[in-house]
Ligand binder design. Structure first.
Ligand code: AMP
Length: 435
């Protein structure tokens, strides 16, 4: 018989891991709201062209990693349109698409949005590199968003978020690409520096030389790295204005006490970035060491047919955050508060009613749906990880009470049914609220 394992590069997130995910997601949501960001949820797929136009036809993601929905061609062919659809490899373009479509610019001068969700890239899977992974990201977009303080806010938010999750050993790298004109000058200078070394570059980089010369700067090949380390352009491509902006960003970060390292080689492989770019790495992650990255993208909104609006954002990888987090970073909540145990046929109906009572009050409860021995039911309660068991036998039924046993301390007490949910609430057993 054929087996159906999970597709390569994807993971089931199992019940035992869910508390770790909820911890990250709820802390992130809380902090993002503290900074004035509101959640947005866009579809998991968009027109392929949206990604190609925003990230750039020559970016690695668009060239090699798009997961195309083949069926969409067929369906659209009937309607004589030919929109090709792809699973989203990232969310910036989708958020900008939504910003334009819903005329956010007419409602406010600055729109601050965040998202949490899965992204898809057809990469060769390895540790820390998946085909379905999750990102937490923000985008601050608006006609009045070109302010160095906003760059600093977005960067400090990403640092704050990682710290609030208990991460300490990460490094923040910062650079600026300048305006689109500066960027052109930067690529011109890079090509000039590299022109007589093309034949020494790896095969990929030889292709990148014309297509997307910036990508050579983050090639992992040893020879390419050596060549890159000898490039000495500094920030000579920057206009006076861009230089002033960069200094303002750095000063704003310093005023917040954010420690950063300047990295002239940090360029990010996507077309839409302008001015500030940053990346956060953690060496404990091995070769895929980027926890997240972001920067400013001042022309994307208008490039995608929207109004003139500048923007800045970041995306952090949830799987990599979880890999870098200390294993004891989360206090594991008991998966279940009460496990009901009915001792005989007569008590079963009452137990079922009490089960309903607990749940109605927001106290998580479960039971064995088939009558079994006390021993076997206790075993089930243990297996589930119930915090308490509530036992209902003949004697309890007569008294209209239950015997509640604390599974950690082993102590037990008999509580009248009418007081049951009150007692549980007073003891602060309530409970499954992750917000
Ligand atoms: P990027 O847009 O490629 O800079 O991605 C931002 C962050 O998302 C990275 O720093 C990683 O933490 C995470 N990420 C990107 N691609 C993957 C992937 N294939 N698997 C797991 N995490 C990823």
């Amino acid at each position: 018989m054929k087996n159906f394992p999970v597709p390569r590069g994807t993971n089931d997130i199992l019940p035992s891991e869910i508390p770790l995910w909820l911890n990250v997601e709820s802390k992130a949501r809380h902090l993002l709201r503290t900074y004035g960001y509101q959640e947005i949820r866009t579809p998991l797929f968009e027109e392929t062209e949206l990604f190609a136009r925003s990230m750039g036809e020559t970016s690695d993601v668009v060239q090699k990693q798009m997961l195309n929905l083949a069926a969409s061609h067929r369906e659209d062919a009937e309607k004589t349109t030919s929109a090709s659809l792809s699973l989203r490899p990232e969310s910036t373009a989708a958020v900008v698409r939504s910003y334009i479509q819903h005329h956010f610019d007419q409602k406010e001068n600055l729109t601050k949005l965040f998202y949490i969700g899965p992204m898809f890239r057809g990469e060769r899977p390895q540790k820390g590199r998946l085909r379905q992974f999750h990102q937490i990201g923000v985008e601050a977009i608006g006609p009045e968003s070109s302010l160095a303080y906003l760059d600093a806010e977005v960067i400090s938010l990403s640092v704050h978020l990682l710290r609030s999750l208990g991460l300490k050993n990460f490094r923040l790298k910062l650079n600026t690409l300048g305006s689109p004109d500066d960027k052109k000058e930067f690529s011109r200078q890079l090509r000039e520096e590299l022109r007589n070394k093309i034949s020494d570059l790896c095969e990929d980089c030889q292709g990148r030389f014309e297509r997307n010369v910036f990508r050579i700067l983050d090639c992992k090949n040893k020879t390419c790295r050596e060549i890159v380390s000898r490039i000495n352009i500094g920030h000579s491509y920057l206009s006076q204005e861009s230089q002033v902006y960069y200094v303002q960003v750095k000063e704003a970060l310093e005023s917040l006490g954010i420690v950063f390292e300047e990295s002239f080689n940090l360029v990010r492989g996507l077309d839409y970035y302008t001015h500030t770019v940053f990346e956060i790495t953690d060496s404990s992650l091995g070769s895929q060491d980027a926890l997240g990255a972001g920067g400013r993208y001042n022309n994307l909104v208008s490039q995608l047919g929207g109004p003139q609006a500048d923007a800045v954002g970041f995306a952090l990888g949830v799987e990599r955050i979880l890999l870098a987090m200390a294993p004891d970073g989360v206090i594991q909540e008991a998966p279940l508060t009460v496990y009901m145990i009915a001792m005989n046929e007569e008590s079963y109906r009452k137990a079922f009613e009490i089960l309903h009572l607990f749940r109605g009050q927001g106290i998580s409860a479960d039971m064995n749906y088939r009558l079994a021995s006390m021993k076997s039911q206790m075993r089930s309660a243990n297996k589930i990880g119930a915090r308490y068991v509530a036992i209902l036998g003949e004697e309890e039924l007569r008294q209209n009470a239950v015997t509640v046993k604390d599974m950690t301390s082993g102590t037990q007490e008999t509580i009248a049914v009418e007081n049951l949910t009150k007692v549980f609430k007073e003891k602060n057993f309530v409970i499954h609220n992750h917000e």
